[in-house]
Each structure stands twice: as C-alpha cells, then as structure tokens.
Design a protein around this ligand. Structure first.
Ligand SMILES: Cc1ncc(COP(=O)(O)O)c(C=O)c1O
Length: 410
C-alpha cells in the first residue's frame, strides 16, 4: 500500500477549491463539510490518513458502519475475492442466501429479509410494506428520529412543536406524516387512536443513536398501543443493529417489532441495507408489493456483510468496543470536570455522546480535537473493536488539550 505523499496542507485547499466548482458547497454530505478541508486517502483499523500525511484516530467509523474498524482483513479478503469474480450477476447468488440466514439467525423477530441499496431505501421499503399490509396511508415517527433523507421521514417538529422540514417535501406527503413528541407520551395515543396510521417508526436507541435516549417504557407502551390500534411497529436499527448486540437493540429492550430496518454494520462498510420481519408481512413482496432495485443484495456488499456478520455474531467485537467506550466515556468526563468546561459525556454501548452546556462550543471542540488528531462525527464517537489502548491514551490526552484550547479562548 502506498504511503500518502507528504505535501503541503495546501493540497487539501487545492482539492477544496476544485470541489467548490463541482460539488454543492464543495461537499457530498453535511457531516463532512469541515473547515479547513480534510481529505482522507487511506484508512486502516482505527486510523485514517490525510492527503498531507497526517494521521487521525477515527471515531466516525464510516458513520457507524465499521464496528470491526477500517479494512478488517477478513472483509478485505472477502471483497477482493468477490470483486475478481464479478460485481453484479443480474441473478441470484449464494452469498445473498447466507447473508439473509445470518441475519435471521441473529435477530429473533426476523423471519425473512429483503435487501436494499441503503438504510434510507430500507426504511422507505418498511413503510411501503406497512402501508400495503394495513391499507392505511399515514405514518407516525418520533420527534428528532432520523430514518434517511426522503420526503415522508423528513417531516419533523422542533422542541416547541413547530414544524421543521426540509424544502422540497410536498404538502400531501407532509399531511401523511404525524410526529410524536417522546417526552409527551400522550401524543402517542393522540397520533394512533384514530386507527389510520400504518406504521410507527422509531430509533430504538432514541434520536441520533442515543443522543436523546428513549425510555424503554415508552417503547413498551408504543408496542401495546400499536397492537390495540392495528398499527405496525417498525424499529430502525440502521445504527444499532449488530452494533449494540448481535440481536440488535430490540434484544436489549426486549420488545418485538413487526419490521426492522438494518444498514451500516450488516454491510461491512459497503453500501446497503435491509428490511426484516415476520414472514407473512415480508411475503407481501411476492404478491402485492413491487420492490425492484439494481443494487439489491449486491454481491460485493454481500461479501463484506457476510464476512462481518460471521465475526460479530458471537458478541465478542461488541464487548471489546463497549469496554473501550466505557473507559473513554469516564476519562473524557473526568477531563471536562478537570478543565472546568461544563458538559457531560454518556454512552450507548460503543457510541459516546458529548454535550457541552454551551452548544456554541461543540464545533470548536470538534475542530480542536481534529487538530489534536481525533475525528468525531459531530459530537459523537463511534468506537470499534480495534481501537487500542494506545488510541485510548492518545484520545484522553488529546481531549484534555482540546478542552484547554477552547477554555483558553473563551
Ligand atoms: C437511524 C438511521 N436510519 C436510517 C439511516 C439512513 O441510512 P443510509 O444513510 O444508509 O441511507 C441512518 C443514517 O445514518 C440512520 O442513522
């Protein structure tokens, strides 16, 4: 593997200038729009390297997809072997069967699986299945919960109950999405009681993979009310699936959904997603529901996914990542207390969240950390099974230095 050329940071600025000519805002994703620009040329394990040769400890971990770290040898071998055998057969292939078998064997509520090209597509398909199964049009979601970027799930409200929606969503779609405030559980009853809602979709972890935790009592109440009103309960486990436990977060909260949506970890770092659920619901895909898709169960993603699920199925990688995150969580909290920057650090399994009392400091903290060689996803850190004790030491040291920098310039 070639080592990136060590040339001036200018190279990143040159790329950024070219990018601004051809990419809106010079970027491809809002979470990747850094100033100064940052271009990665290589990643391995828990680290990634920039065009200027700098090395970062990575806590974005492929937006949470890489529980086994970058370029895990088993995943690399599986993908290399598959790419040489072809990347699209326009036909069924053995890996899709094994991939689905792994998922159904790990997640108790899933009898059958349909693969998609992304997590967004998978939540979209789950809602289509729910609408077809119930004959209802309306869907319900929880405030702040993210299910991809398409119209129906982009309808939301802010903390005061006012609508917040991206431009470009038709009114007709907006009318068919009800938003429930999870901190006001009575809104759940109000949303479902007229029995016109096909599906209630939610992140079992709470909004933004546990940034706003969801009370398991709310999830149990939602299950009961869905049963009562004939509404299907859809768990979005795109982030939590296979990361927080081999059986997903549903195995921890012990609530059984009707349908579950997966992505990220189950695809081993390649693009994809899946919907799984009870056989009779999934079988609608053989009769009334149409769901084509060029990239469904793409062989390359299937190879990476199968290699990953074979490894994560016994729970050992999750335990390693959780153990690492537990220590980092307490060390980072200790650093906040020591330096005197008010805020808190908490964790869902291997995902750490940081919240400073002054939200204006969030971007500054992330920038200061990047200068210290640490890359977060906003103010969250996805830990992997391959972050090391050396990474831990460096991450603690870097965090304290970054805090001192922002405290000094306050
Ligand atoms: C909970 C959740 N659902 C769905 C999605 C959409 O998945 P994708 O980005 O693969 O389309 C995401 C993406 O981050 C997510 O966090």
């Amino acid at each position: 593997m070639t080592t990136p050329r060590v040339t001036p940071a200018l190279e990143a600025e040159d790329l950024a200038a070219r990018a601004r000519q051809v990419l809106p805002g010079g970027t491809t994703h809002v979470a990747r729009a850094y100033t100064p620009a940052l271009y990665v040329v290589r990643a391995l394990g828990s680290h990634k390297w920039l065009v200027d040769g700098r090395e970062l400890i990575d806590y974005t971990m492929g937006h949470g997809a890489l529980l086994l770290g970058h370029a895990h040898p088993a995943v690399v071998a599986a993908v290399q072997s598959q790419v040489a055998h072809g990347t699209h057969y326009g036909a069924a292939h053995p890996l899709e069967v094994e991939w689905a078998e792994l998922i159904t064997s790990l997640v108790a509520s899933v009898g059958e699986v349909r693969f998609t090209a992304s997590g967004t597509e998978a939540t979209m398909l789950a809602l289509r299945i729910a609408r077809a199964a119930t004959g209802r049009d309306v869907i319900a979601k929880l405030q702040g919960h993210f299910h991809g970027w398409y119209d129906a799930v982009s309808v939301d409200i802010d903390s005061t109950g006012l609508p917040v929606t991206t431009a470009g969503v038709p009114d007709a779609v907006r009318r068919d999405t009800r938003v429930i405030d999870p901190s006001a559980p009575e809104t759940l009853t109000t949303a479902l009681e007229d029995r016109s809602v096909a599906a209630l979709i939610l992140e079992v972890s709470g909004a933004r993979f546990g940034h706003v935790p969801l009370d398991p009592a709310f999830i149990r109440a939602a299950r009961a009310l869905c049963n009562e009103t004939g509404t299907l309960l859809v768990f979005d486990e795109v982030v939590t699936g296979f990361r927080v436990a081999p059986g997903g977060m549903q195995s921890m909260v012990r609530v059984t959904p009707d349908l579950t949506v997966f992505g990220k970890v189950m695809c081993g770092g390649l693009p994809g997603g899946a919907v799984g659920g009870r056989r009779e619901l999934m079988e609608l895909l053989t009769s009334t529901i149409k769901h084509p898709g060029t990239w469904n169960a793409n062989p390359l993603t299937a190879a990476a996914g199968v290699a990953t699920l074979r490894i994560v199925g016994d729970g050992a990688p999750q335990r390693a990542a959780d153990g690492y995150a537990r220590t980092l969580e307490s060390e980072w909290q200790a650093a906040l207390d020591l330096v005197g920057v008010p805020g808190r650090v908490w964790r869902l399994s291997s995902i750490i969240h940081i919240e400073l009392t002054d939200p204006a400091l969030h971007a500054r903290l992330a920038d200061a950390l990047r200068k210290e060689g640490i890359d977060l996803l906003h103010t969250s850190a996805f830990c992997s099974a391959v972050h090391s004790l050396v990474d831990l030491d460096q991450s603690v040291f870097a965090f304290e230095r970054a805090l001192r920098e922002i405290a000094a310039s306050r």
